[in-house]
Design a binder for this molecule. Structure first.
Ligand code: IDP
Ligand code: MG
Length: 149
């Protein structure tokens, strides 16, 4: 089954949105395969956002993502990558539909509360940046029987 990497960013942790955000992923039927509260170091930030290191917003993004604890998640489900991107909403909260996490809880692109991998390949890469193989659990998830044909 497809896995993706998601992150509850420092602003959302400080604002007490962790439970609400995880609730939305869980209610969709995604299985939590890995989860931890952690600090993102500068080194991790540069690995994670390698494609953005030369963008003008990168210094701000690096300060933001390293500013406090985050919750790192590995989520699994059919089309998990696309489902999490849909639940998260557009990158700029101004464009994010109501009912999405960014649409409901954020106002600015630089404080957009969540991350979700943009492809199966980046998911595998991001999972390997944030988790050891032992921290990602495979277990029998009983709701699958009722979620999928
Ligand atoms: P994504 O998080 O929806 O995949 P990306 O374009 O990959 O969006 O950008 C990564 C992150 O960098 C965004 O989630 C946001 O936190 C930050 N970011 C992107 N564009 C800007 C910008 O123009 N100003 C400030 N921060 C930005
Ligand atoms: Mg991205």
């Amino acid at each position: 089954m497809e896995k993706t990497f998601a992150m509850i960013k420092p602003d959302a942790v400080q604002r007490g949105l962790v439970g609400e955000i995880i609730r939305r992923y869980e209610q969709k039927g995604l299985r939590i395969a890995g989860m931890k509260v952690m600090m993102v170091t500068e080194e991790l930030a540069m690995k994670h956002y390698a494609e953005h290191v030369n963008k003008p917003f990168f210094p701000g993004l690096k300060d933001y993502i390293t500013s406090g604890p985050v919750v790192a998640l590995v989520l699994e489900g059919k089309n998990a990558v696309a489902e999490v991107r849909k639940i998260n909403g557009s990158t700029n909260p101004l464009d994010a539909a109501c009912g999405t996490i960014r649409g409901d809880f954020a106002q600015e692109v630089g404080r957009n509360v969540v991350h979700g991998s943009d492809s199966v390949e980046s998911a595998a890469n991001e999972i390997s940046i944030y988790f050891t193989p032992e921290e990602v659990l495979d277990f029998d998830f009983l709701p699958n029987k009722w979620l999928y044909e």
